[in-house]
Design a binder for this molecule. Structure first.
Ligand code: PHE
Length: 339
């Protein structure tokens, strides 16, 4: 019987089969159990001898089964581990990943440059009132300069801001001088689009107000901006220009050689010394709200620049419309490290 049991135990290919073998020999009605039960019919001497023999047999079979059980468990574990093995040298699946839009990145860079100079970064609404977009900025309804800003009007008489300058007024209304802020954001112009014009684009507005702020401070700030953007060799140029909310007003350009060896003057934006009428408008509004007049007699400068123009020059983007056409072949080029 032991011989036969040994073979069957060895041949049991899994724990289930082994259990069947175990039941067959050691179960309630198993072969060995039956033998043990038959002892009762024997004489005491025979029982003693036979009993020892059967118990030995039982122990032997039990031991064989335990050993086989351990063997099968180990084999099952090994098989499981093998099935879970990962080949870390296999190439990974590439997951599609997004990134910040190139204009967002440039606005972030600009905000960093100004934050380092002690400016606060604030944002405003894209829907504005005529009063903030124009009137308080020294542009009355009859002023021909309104033609500079072709406007999208909303049905309720409001408009989509044509520049970030309304935030000059809104900020001064709620804060005291001295102050230094930049305002990144979207602006809208009702214009035919072409390679250099879009009906939606971005601006970064700057406003500094204090005592004895001069044009020299403005020029130094723009020069610092140019170096922050394009490195220590960047140069700036100012040309007289007109904006109703500054006097004197200027346009500024930056000279910079890009990695492709091209260099030219990049017209970056407008700037100037805050017009006294702007300070007066703010004080009038403050007075209406029961706030102290505090801006008349102050001095300050403001500027506004276009991040799209920086991106176009820096990265050789030939058409401003590519930024907002949602073409991943274009946008995907600006995901990683940028120079
Ligand atoms: N707001 C002006 C524009 O959109 C730019 C500007 C801002 C000019 C501040 C002077 C001072 O054209």
């Amino acid at each position: 019987m032991l011989q036969e049991a040994r073979t069957q135990i060895q041949q049991a290919g899994n724990l289930e089969a082994l259990q069947t073998v175990k039941t067959h020999y050691l179960g309630k009605n198993g072969e060995v159990t039956r033998q043990l039960k038959s002892l009762g019919a024997l004489s005491p001497e025979e029982r003693k001898v036979k009993g020892q023999e059967i118990n030995l047999l039982k122990q032997e079979i039990d031991g064989l089964i335990s050993a086989r059980e351990a063997e099968l468990k180990e084999a099952a574990l090994q098989a499981k581990l093998a099935s879970e093995a990962i080949d870390v040298t296999l190439p990974a699946l590439s997951l599609p990943s997004g990134g910040l839009h190139i204009i967002t990145r440039i606005l972030d860079d600009l905000s960093d440059i100004f934050t380092r100079m002690g400016y606060n970064v604030v944002e405003g609404n894209e829907m504005e009132d005529d009063a903030y977009n124009f009137q308080h900025l020294n542009i009355p309804w009859y002023h021909p300069a309104r033609d500079l800003w072709d406007t999208f009007w909303l049905k309720d008489g409001r408009l989509l801001r044509t520049h970030t300058s309304p935030m000059q007024i809104r900020y001064m209304l709620e804060h005291s001088a001295p102050l230094k802020i930049v305002v990144p954001g979207k602006v809208y112009r009702y214009e035919a689009t072409d390679a250099t014009h879009e009906s939606m684009f971005h601006q970064l507005e700057g406003l500094v107000v204090g005592d004895n702020i001069s044009m020299a401070d403005l020029k130094g700030t723009i020069a610092e901006l140019a170096r922050g953007l394009f490195g220590p060799k960047a140069k700036v140029r100012f040309q007289p220009s007109f904006y109703p909310f500054v006097e004197p007003g200027a346009d500024f350009a930056v000279w910079w050689e890009n990695p492709r060896g091209e260099s030219k003057w990049l017209e970056l934006g407008g700037c100037g010394m805050v017009h006294p009428n702007v300070f007066k408008a703010v004080d009038d509004l403050r007075e209406q709200r029961g706030l102290p007049r505090m801006y008349e007699g102050k001095t300050g400068f403001a500027f506004g620049l276009g991040p799209e123009r920086i991106a176009m020059l820096k990265y050789g983007m030939p058409d401003i419309r590519y930024f907002y056409a949602n073409d991943l072949r274009v946008l995907g080029q600006f995901k990683g490290e940028l120079q």
